[in-house]
Design a protein around this ligand. Structure first.
Ligand SMILES: *Cc1c(COP(=O)(O)O)cnc(C)c1O
Length: 383
């Protein structure tokens, strides 16, 4: 499906890939054709802001992979998250958001949604069964992310969706970690699923995009709001996402095996206090991960033993193969100290610094050797 979805060589002179189609004005050849173009759900859009053939190729491709009704492209993953929230709520609503949500999504909710008269409440990522007591008659949506940002808790999405349905709330999921290949949100009761395509879909750290996919129930809400706000994205970046999807399957398998092998190797190092990776058998989320997910991506975290800033600096100055920087999902490995994650009701008990690691596509022994020697250098600096 990842190879076929969104491709139509016959429509483009036999070209394997849907080309970069640029355009704002779209000309009609008659008044009748013009009238037809303006109808809702017309496959031929009336204006470039609604996307060109390149846009539609990505939207149909992600919709099929996620297993949803239809998708919309956004200029970034955060724009897709913010828009999905805005599209659903009105003043006076109550929304439940996982405490482990991606930081900027939390910031949007507490700063923008609150200002619009929406009551924002956070629930702990382990609260699956206790969620019922937080649901109200005016709860409009539950926003889930699994595994959680920085702390990697796995949630029982099916159980959450079942409870949300009892008050008529929609479930929105940030599915960026697993990608549509390793978690099928609509089979677990999700109504809107979001990808930061900046990560694994684009996969090469050279563009930003987001995609939101809805089921039939939520689609009209999602689409109308997006068009009202003028959301759109350029065809060159969209082309890069389409290109990335073709190799997503093989890349993810390599990220997965590198991530698990690196996590296991680092756990054995004396400077590492804990590894947060749901694919490791003793992780608290492992049972749910095995039940619901089809694989793991390359992103996880380690907690070090208590060390000072100087030791942390030694660690990062010794790393050769791990870049220090935001984002992830590209072919290259990254490591970043993430401080104390912002939480409202589920503060993790941390004794040492938390480091987020993205395992790239490098040779796994090279990655293990590099991180291990840097940890050992930091440990020596400690004594
Ligand atoms: C990176 C990220 C986003 C935001 O994506 P951008 O394209 O950087 O705006 C949203 N959610 C998660 C889980 C992410 O990792």
């Amino acid at each position: 499906m990842a190879i076929q979805a969104g491709r139509n060589p016959q429509a483009f002179d036999g070209l394997v890939n849907t080309p970069v189609c640029r355009g704002s004005t779209i000309l009609a050849s008659s008044l009748e054709e013009w009238e037809a173009r303006k109808l809702p759900n017309n496959p031929y859009a009336s204006y470039g802001r609604f996307g060109t053939a390149t846009t539609r190729a990505l939207e149909s491709s992600v919709a099929r992979l996620e297993g949803g009704h239809a998708s919309l492209v956004f200029p970034s993953g955060l724009a897709a998250c913010a828009h999905a929230l805005l599209a659903v709520v009105r003043s006076g609503d109550h929304v439940l958001i996982t405490d482990s949500v991606y930081g900027p999504t939390r910031h949007f909710a507490t700063h923008v949604l609150s200002r619009l008269g929406v009551e924002v409440e956070f629930y702990g990522p382990h609260e699956t069964t206790g969620l019922r007591s937080r649901l109200r008659r005016n709860t409009r949506l539950v926003f889930v992310e699994s595994p959680g940002s920085l702390t990697f808790e796995i949630q029982d999405i099916g159980a959450i969706a079942e409870q949300a349905r009892t008050v008529g709330a929609l479930v929105i999921m940030d599915n960026t970690w697993a990608t549509p290949l390793f978690f099928k949100p609509f089979e677990h009761g999700v109504d809107i699923s979001i990808q930061s395509a900046t990560k694994y879909l684009i996969g090469h750290s050279d563009a930003l995009l987001g995609v939101a996919t809805a089921n039939a129930r939520a689609w009209d809400r999602l689409r109308e709001g997006a068009h009202d706000l003028g959301q759109t994205a350029g065809p060159d970046d969209i082309f890069l996402a389409l290109r990335g999807i073709r190799s997503l399957g093989v890349r993810l398998r390599q990220h997965e095996s590198n991530g698990i092998a690196l996590a296991q190797a680092l756990r054995a190092h004396p400077l590492v206090r804990r590894v947060l990776h749901p694919a490791l058998p003793d992780d608290p989320g492992h049972r749910l991960w095995r039940r619901d997910f089809l694989g793991a991506s390359g992103l996880f975290a380690i907690e070090l033993q208590p060390v000072g800033q100087a030791q942390l600096s030694t660690l990062f100055s010794r790393l050769q193969l791990f870049g220090i920087g935001l984002s992830w999902g590209g072919y290259e490995s990254l490591a970043l100290p993430v401080g104390t994650p912002t939480r409202s009701v589920s503060q993790p008990a941390l004794e040492g610094p938390l480091i987020r690691i993205h395992a790239g596509l490098e040779n796994i022994q090279d990655l293990i050797d590099d991180f291990s020697q840097a940890l050992s250098a930091a440990r020596l600096a400690l004594s």
